[in-house]
Design a protein around this ligand. Structure first.
Ligand code: BT5
Length: 239
């Protein structure tokens, strides 16, 4: 990289993804906080933040040559999965398209959003939210099974130290500038999705199948009773 990477720490912000868009942060920048007041997930869903106990971090990418934004999500989830495994957390799975699970419960989620200019996608802002120190009681506010590093290990993390450890791994992976086939290979190795029976919440109702592949466009190939279907988005339950 020609210029040093800019890393911005904010004491508090509405949403790191929104901040990156508002401030027109350049590609390569990382912005993070431990106090995100109005974090969001996909489809306008809220992302819960327990003040001072969650890491919210966004990265700005150039849109590139039209690579699927799914692989930018993978760049954030792969180092997180590695970090969780290094802390001896068991059953760490990356669940297509954007969740990281520990023991079947959500410990982190990623949201990728596009920035358009004159009908062209110019940037992708990818943000990750990670439950670091919340207790089980604090996470009980979330309607779906959720966990934190603290719940999984019984140890509190020093937030700044944890964030720096993650950012180091993330920046290393970004600097590798791997082509999609190589990121995909790593994702397929790490993911807990492929080879499992899943249920996809399709707009027309639940569809059961066997997850057989994620292709270079980031599409999930699901083998169902009526043949293989390709899915671009949605929520999966791993059975
Ligand atoms: C996501 O959406 O999982 C993407 C979350 C991305 C958050 C980051 S934080 C930095 C950046 N700035 C932002 O404003 N956002 C990004 P989705 O798959 O739609 O999941 C949302 C659902 O997860 C909610 O409807 C809840 O059921 C659940 N949820 C909410 N907060 C949670 C939490 N802290 N831990 C686990 N699950 C949570």
């Amino acid at each position: 990289m020609a210029e040093p990477r800019q890393i911005i720490y904010l004491d508090t912000v509405d949403s790191t993804n929104r901040y990156a868009r508002r401030e027109r942060l350049p590609a390569g920048t990382i912005v993070y906080t431990f106090r995100q007041r109005a974090g969001r997930g996909r489809l306008g869903r809220p992302w819960l933040d327990i003040e001072g106990k969650n890491l919210a971090l966004s990265v700005i990418f150039d849109a590139g040559a039209g690579e699927a934004s799914f692989w930018r999500i993978a760049l954030l989830s792969l180092p997180m999965a590695a970090l969780l495994k290094a802390l001896s957390i068991h059953q760490v799975w990356i669940k297509w398209p954007n969740d990281i699970l520990a023991g079947g419960k959500k410990i982190a989620g990623v949201l990728a959003e596009t920035v358009m200019e004159e009908n062209h996608m110019v940037k992708i802002i990818a943000g990750i939210g990670i439950n670091v120190n919340p207790t089980a009681a604090e996470l009980a506010l979330i309607p779906k099974p959720a966990t934190s590093l603290y719940c999984e290990t019984g140890r509190l993390q020093e937030m700044r130290h944890f964030a720096e450890g993650y950012i180091t791994l993330l920046a290393e992976l970004m600097d590798e500038e791997l082509p999609v086939p190589m990121i995909r290979q790593r994702w397929l190795t790490e993911s807990g999705t492929i080879g499992r029976s899943v249920e996809w919440a399709s707009p027309a109702g639940p569809v059961r199948g066997h997850a057989v592949d994620v292709d270079e466009k980031g599409l999930l190939h699901l083998e169902t009773a009526t043949g293989i279907i390709q899915i671009a988005a949605g929520d999966l339950d791993i059975k």
